[in-house]
Design a protein around this ligand. Structure first.
Ligand code: FAD
Length: 395
């Protein structure tokens, strides 16, 4: 097919998908001096000025990732009034067992930060608008070709983008992953993550709470002021029950499930639910293609690590590519395999821990129940184990 020279462009890297991971990837690579295009099938989200409503979708961002986002000029674009640091984590089992992590024990100022998805997304888009990245939104790619020497993305409307490397950041149902013929291993938890925000009667003092029980995993994450964000990972039937409750009944149910730790709750945002699945792509690379974020892996939200894992993918990919002097060789499989090897351990460890914990607490057998609660208490008494766990969480 003849090439339309006016519409064809070549970049070092073309990133497909502008979720949090794709946005950060395009920015990180352009900050390393690479020419980058970012293609997103949805139109860019419009931020409404003066919109004070709280986003029901929130993320716990690790301190290391917050520092990385600050180094790229993103974190400082978030209003301080909309970010809440985590000073302490309190984790409860279902038989008076308890585990507590303090920022001071880990010699850090904070264990993490709670931010709203929409605000972080808007801050990333803003930083990208001030960068050299070519932003192409509201356009769907129709065909992709990739090889060690050249990759290409054909967009609807005949525009064709050439690149040394395509990055698939197009989420859990990744189209690029399918185009590459990369299979995924899926574990369906048959659970949903029910999320909603509440106003609390008592101050949370920047404490994040988590309860493991036969009714799933309930997390209360602190938001600025007397507000919390809930993520309740519950079996599908219970999730449906929770979604069907009116505002007052849901507030009462959630307050009771959390042992009235913060007094009465008042619902601020309507509850939403997300299906919970663990996925792992059989390969993270092909010649001319690399997978990052949910396109590569998804994890149970109980550790609040999904997007953090994706940010760590991007950091590793950016480091490996920037060590190469010739962008023409970014598609080289030997180089990309280094990225894949570097990310496998982190990805598999996070998936094993979250799956193991979720399964451990879904058992109703008395012995399993006893052992898991004993384990929580034991961990709480061992400073070295706690320190190790905290170091994993703050990366
Ligand atoms: C209930 C719940 C709570 C969670 N809480 C946390 C938490 O506290 N901390 C944490 O770290 N993680 C958390 N996660 C995980 C986190 O939501 C995901 O890991 C993260 O959002 C994945 O980002 P992504 O950019 O890889 O994918 P996505 O956010 O799915 O973005 C993919 C993008 O690609 C676009 N796209 C799709 N197809 C195409 C195409 N063909 N071409 C171009 N663009 C395309 C989509 O429109 C989308 O914008 C949670 C998840 C759930 C379900």
């Amino acid at each position: 097919m003849p090439v339309d020279k006016l519409s064809d462009q070549h970049f070092d890297v073309v990133v497909a998908g502008a979720g949090l991971v794709g946005l950060s990837c395009a920015l990180a690579l352009s900050r390393q001096g690479m020419t980058v295009a970012l293609v997103e099938s949805r139109p860019r989200p419009q931020t409404k000025s003066g919109d004070e409503a709280w986003d029901a979708r929130i993320y716990a961002i690790s301190p290391a990732n917050a520092t990385w986002l600050a180094a790229m000029g993103v974190w400082q674009r978030l209003s301080r009034q909309r970010v809440c640091p985590i000073a302490q984590m309190q984790i409860f089992g279902d038989a008076a067992s308890h585990l507590q992590f303090d920022a001071t024990e880990a010699n850090v100022d904070h264990l993490g930060f709670i931010v709203e998805s929409g605000r972080l997304e808007a801050a990333l888009w803003e930083a990208l608008t001030d960068s050299t990245v070519e932003l192409i939104d509201g356009v769907t790619p129709v065909t992709a070709r990739f090889g060690a020497d050249q990759a290409e993305l054909q967009l609807a409307g005949q525009r064709k983008l050439g690149a040394a490397l395509l990055v698939a950041a197009d989420g859990a149902s990744s189209w690029l992953r399918r185009e590459a013929g990369i299979a995924v291993q899926t574990h369906d938890y048959r659970q949903m993550g029910v999320v909603a925000n509440f106003e609390t009667a008592l101050a949370h003092h920047e404490v994040a709470f988590q309860w493991f029980s036969a009714e799933g995993v309930l997390a209360w994450l602190p938001l600025p002021g007397n507000r919390i964000s809930m993520v309740w990972s519950a079996d599908e039937a219970l999730a449906m029950e929770l979604l069907a409750l009116d505002a007052q009944s849901l507030s009462e149910r959630v307050a009771l499930q959390g042992g009235m730790k913060l007094g009465k709750l008042k619902l601020l945002t309507a509850a939403q639910a997300f299906p919970l699945r663990q996925q792992r792509a059989d390969a993270l690379v092909r010649p001319g293609l690399a997978l990052v974020g949910d396109a590569a892996h998804t994890v149970h939200p109980l550790a609040g690590q999904g997007v953090n894992l994706g940010f760590r993918d991007v950091k590793t990919l950016a480091e490996i590519l920037s060590a190469r002097h010739h962008p023409q060789s970014f598609g080289d499989l030997m180089l990309l395999r280094r990225y894949e090897r570097a990310r496998k351990a982190d990805m598999m460890a996070m998936q094993s821990v979250t799956k193991g914990l979720s399964e451990l607490f879904s058992h109703s057998q008395p012995l399993v129940r006893h052992v898991r609660n004993w384990g929580l208490n034991l961990t709480n008494q061992h400073a070295q184990i706690k320190k190790f766990l905290m170091q994993q969480a703050i990366r």
